[in-house]
Structures are given as structure tokens and as C-alpha cells.
Design a protein around this ligand. Structure first.
Ligand SMILES: [Zn+2]
Length: 91
């Protein structure tokens, strides 16, 4: 492996310790919940989850979206980090 590539790999490892460098502007995942599997997503309209709690709009969020917000924390914009289903998330 050439020294240029080794330098890039070193840099990647340093960057990986600094998640705030990366901004997640779109996201799609399956979430293995306690009872079922759900689809959690983030796009320019905000967060969405396929679970019943989210669809009911009672809490304006759900444990799956909140968990994703916690996991992605520093990689999300301020809006996306705290947004609920009714809050648009500017890219
Ligand atoms: Zn959910």
C-alpha cells in the first residue's frame, strides 16, 4: 500500500472520531423494535416511522425516531435532532 493511501486511512480514522463533521441530510433504516420491524426515515419533510404510535400523531414522535435522533445526534442538523413529525427539516 502506498504512503498516500496510508495517510488517507489515518485521516479517515481521525474523522470517524469526530461525527459532528458529517451532516446527515437523508436517512432510511429498518428498526428492529420490541414487537415488530419498522421503517424510520428522515427527508426534507422531516422524520417518519411506520409504527402505530407515529401514525397516531398523539406524541408527534415515537421511540424509534427518538432513538435514531439520539444515535445520529451530532450528525444531525439542530432542527433534525429535535424535530417531531410536524416539523419540516431544512436540508
Ligand atoms: Zn416508530
Amino acid at each position: 500500500m502506498n504512503s498516500g493511501m496510508i495517510g488517507k486511512i489515518d485521516k479517515a480514522h481521525r474523522y470517524a472520531q469526530e461525527p459532528e463533521r458529517m451532516r446527515v441530510t437523508g436517512f432510511n433504516a429498518t428498526f428492529h423494535g420490541s414487537h415488530d420491524e419498522y421503517t424510520v426515515s428522515l427527508d426534507d419533510r422531516g422524520w417518519h416511522c411506520s409504527c402505530h404510535t407515529f401514525a397516531a400523531h398523539v406524541l408527534e414522535s415515537c421511540s424509534h425516531v427518538m432513538a435514531a435522533q439520539l444515535m445520529l445526534g451530532p450528525m444531525l442538523s439542530e432542527d433534525a435532532r429535535f424535530a417531531t413529525s410536524d416539523t419540516a427539516v431544512p436540508a
